[in-house]
Design a protein around this ligand. Sequence first.
Ligand SMILES: [Zn+2]
Length: 99
Amino acid sequence: MSAHPSEWTLRRLHAGEIPGPERQRLQAHVSSCAECHEVMKGLEANQVRFEEEVPFGRFAAGVEAVQAAARRAWDSAGGKGQAMSTLGVEAHWFLLRKP
Ligand SMILES: [Zn+2]
């Protein structure tokens, strides 16, 4: 059997995003390849677990929480921003000093 399809390809196959002949080729590979068969089983299990554990509302809330945390991190990095602009000024001086 030729090279294994990538996990991404298997994901797309699992999601039904791969058309006709290509899908048949991949399905033939998966059914004859223990390794890829395991990957597909893992994808199915992940999908089921994801849908059970994370209803969409909670998923959206999680995204919002991550964005809020990123904003807080950005705000509290004000000192770092200051350091960066100091560095920029020094770099500028260095360039000016060059003969
Ligand atoms: Zn394989």
